[in-house]
Design a protein around this ligand. Structure first.
Ligand code: PMP
Length: 343
């Protein structure tokens, strides 16, 4: 081979991104092999922890910020104020770093120090509010974030639960990616529902492009409003609600499958053990729903399940045997191994 045929002597092209935030999206699909044994359809996972901030929320952060800039709501030197302790905060902080904005995140005191430190590492300021006060109390999570927005000069609140750019980001990125990656062969899309942005935006795109052929299936923690509950507490994080957010389009999902905490966490652990995917508890929940769905499908079906984030943020919970045992998700004697156990 020579230069002309593009062989090894070709002049090197230096490939790089201008900034880490330019690498949001275009996450890969990977086949689930072990968990799907005995099932007929091809089941693929969309691995969102490979986004640069580590979750699907990088997508909405980028689009919400750029839309606010275009609308003049966020101006140079402005401050982003959002009540969030998790993935949305990381996405916002990463994009803010690139664009020179400040970030102030408000979170309840039950949020772990590790999570707060991640946000601080990106340069955000974190205001901690007491959990044990009613919503109308001046120190409540809601009131503090509203007050900061009013009082900080140049403040802008993305409000992921009501911002139409949340579902729009999925309509313009996640949906088209899935259609292209599957060559239009996707028949079912499964996602957990939190704000509802992922399922509403991705689902709407897939329905439109397939003339309604793609079935959209939500996964929801048992007890949450989306599967007919009242918001009864559950332990899986990032999904389920006790109210109906504006970002959730009630007309998109063909079906909602409720999943128990026990099933969510068992499948989460199996994803790491059997598939090499260290992911968060809402991923196990979505996969548990996808497996239930796949039981009634055929070889002609292609199911894609979206995995929102990675498992490192859950090492003291889902991946901790003592924590799992304390909730009855593992037998009490299962924590730890002695040298004798492994010899
Ligand atoms: N899983 C995790 C870990 C999340 O943080 C979120 C976002 N709240 C979801 C699932 C649900 O995504 P969405 O808000 O788009 O419904």
């Amino acid at each position: 081979m020579d230069n002309a045929t593009g062989g090894p002597f070709r002049l090197a092209v230096v490939e790089y991104a201008e900034h880490i935030a330019d690498l949001v999206g275009n996450t890969p699909l990977v086949r689930l092999n072990s968990l799907t044994k005995g099932l007929k359809p091809l089941v693929l996972a969309k691995v969102e922890y490979l986004n640069p901030g580590g979750s699907v929320k990088d997508r909405i952060a980028l689009r919400m910020i750029e839309a606010a800039e275009a609308a003049g709501e966020l101006r140079p030197g402005g401050t982003i104020v959002e009540p969030t302790s998790g993935n949305t905060g990381v996405g916002l902080a990463m994009v803010a770093q690139r664009k020179g904005y400040q970030c102030v995140f408000v979170c309840p005191d039950k949020v772990s120090e590790d999570k707060r430190n991640v946000l601080k590492a990106y340069g955000a300021r974190v205001v901690v509010c007491p959990t044990a006060v009613p919503p109308e109390h001046p120190d409540s999570y809601y009131n503090v974030s509203d007050r900061l927005v009013r009082e900080i000069e140049g403040a802008w609140k993305p409000n992921q639960y009501a911002n139409p750019q949340n579902p729009e980001s999925h309509y313009h990125s996640t949906g088209p990616e899935l259609w292209t990656q599957t060559g239009g062969k996707i028949t079912h899309f499964v996602a957990g529902v939190g704000t509802g942005g992922t399922i509403s935006g991705t689902g709407r795109y897939l329905k439109e492009v397939s003339d309604g052929a793609v079935q959209v299936v939500g996964a929801d923690p048992e007890g949450s409003v989306y599967s007919g509950g009242s918001g009864r507490p559950y332990l899986v994080e990032g999904v389920g609600e006790d109210f109906w957010p504006d970002t959730y389009d009630r007309g998109i999902a063909d079906e909602i499958i409720p999943v128990s905490d026990a099933d969510s966490f068992q499948v989460t652990r199996r994803l790491a053990l059997e598939e090499g995917l260290l992911v968060g508890g809402s991923c196990g929940m979505a996969v548990a729903a996808a497996l239930k769905l796949a039981e009634r499908l055929t070889e002609d079906d292609v199911v894609v399940v979206l995995l929102p984030d990675g498992g490192r943020g859950y090492l003291t919970k889902v991946f901790n045997d003592t924590w799992m045992s304390s909730y009855g998700f593992l037998p009490p004697d299962s924590s730890g191994a002695t040298v004798a156990d492994v010899l």
